[in-house]
Design a protein around this ligand. Sequence first.
Ligand code: GLN
Length: 615
Amino acid sequence: MNATQEGSSPVLNLLAQLHRDHLAISEGTVATYIPELAKADPNWFGICLVTANGTVYEVGDTRQSFTIQSISKPFVYGLALEDNGRAAVLQKVGVEPTGDAFNSISLDPGTGRPRNPMINAGAIATAGLIGGKNRVVKIRRVLETFGLYAGRELDIDKAIYQSESQTGHRNRAIGHMLRNFDILTDDPAPTVEQYFQQCSISVTCRDLGMMAATLANRGVNPVTGKQAIRGEYVESILSVMGSCGMYDFAGEWIYNIGMPAKSGVSGGVIAVLPGQLGIGVFSPPLDAHGNSVRGIRVCDELSRRLDLHLLNRSGIGRSAIRLKLTGAEIGSSRVRTTQESKILREGGGRTALYQLQGNLAFAATETVTHDIVTGAGGIDFLILDFKRVLTLNESACQLFHLLLRQFHEAGKSVLFARLGDLPLLRRYMKAKLGVGWEDKFQLFQDTDPALEWCENKVLERAGVGRSADHCATPEDYDLLEKFTGEEMGVLVALFKRRAWKKDEVIINIGDDAGEMFFVVRGNVSVIIAAASGTPKRLATFSAGMAFGEMAIIDRAPRSATIVADTAVECDTLCLEDFEKLGVSQPAIKIKLLENLSLGLCRKLRKANREISAFD
Ligand code: GLN
């Protein structure tokens, strides 16, 4: 989605105002030491903010091309990390800020190791770490990677590259110094050229916003969904941006603006607020540190107005528990006999259902585990519902794993429901619990079957569990409660026995209703389509229970679909026969209607109880 194409929005209005306010600034000078760069128009000015979920806000000259220059450094550093691993890269390039200018020849006096990858010396050493059999392959890999970050194919601006190559004697000197200290182990010339080429990759301000947002989104471009860098390396890139990205202005930058950032001599600046957004600003006039004057001011304003300082966070995790219910307050949609319901109401308090929400990092997850363990003495079955969890990190996984172990050791069960979009937790549990991990905790697609699982355990413990092939006789039918043998005989004579195979549809929604059903054997489920379109189970009936009985009262078409969960047999009573009873045996009809009303009352009471449990 592109916010500029949607007309106005609060964020866009804010950016437009910042753009207006900073347009008049006349300080700073366009870099000229690379002759081609001097051609830039000092009035070019673009601001682009891209959220970590891919909404793009842009104002001003956001489609003007310019060369990426030093902003290439963190992205190439990321590629070097992927190619070599952290340890090998750290051997060649440090991570200490220098407080020196970008082009200072500052190598560690002992090892010759450049202090960090954001100054030219470190960036050239980093360029030497890119995999590929020659410079052509290496720069192609760099271009491809940048393209993934930007979400479009990028190319090199040849005029700028040549201009820099013809004048880049200082960088060549740095290359030779690096060769001297064996930081570069081959002829430094191709690596320095490759570095000039990476600096000459042509981008727009919009590209910068997108590249920054990809870092904010842990390496995945939020618009294309493509992975530009493995998530685990993003923190390393952002760290060096945080400490060294703005050269000798880095300390003041992190103090005031508080976001990892990188500037380039062509006038670009990127800033990243992890998990939230990326910013790209473009305006060629530079200050004495070599940073874009407008770029810095705009980032400063944005940080202040939108409260973006990384170290000014609070309130995270206060509401990670969306709902907390016990098995006494909410039941599964499996319909229970009166005796079972009583046991479940009494024992249900030992089942706890936590519906979690939001972004689960340490603080948020801790509020959940703290609440659970505080009440843990009273919990035998813990259901964690992750449906409303947006993200979850390693620290959350770790806390849930430790909780699971603790529950396990105490002979209690933990059930995970609706893990859908959170494969990390699944992978984490698998890795930690090893072989047979699935047996150590229960995974459910929905909370309803999880609740049913707990209920079955409670009933089993109470010794009232019923086997699935239990066969009911008319004496067991709920609706025939208090019928005399003679009355039962009259009804049984009207019954027709019918059978269905597993998964067969017994009733279709919208069908005309012609009969009611008494389950003799097996399970049937009532299914409706939820608002989202996915089928939702409303109720499950087993032997002895009746369904399709509402039609006896209101004669309306069927309101739900009924499916055989197992092989099913039912006694059916057709409406006409039921009607005729009113003439021939009115007492039987009345009794049946009484029982029917009683059943509907019970259902309504259960529904009321559950609704009142929700805030
Ligand atoms: N290519 C430029 C150089 O090495 C990059 C410097 C910069 O953007 N600060 O001089």
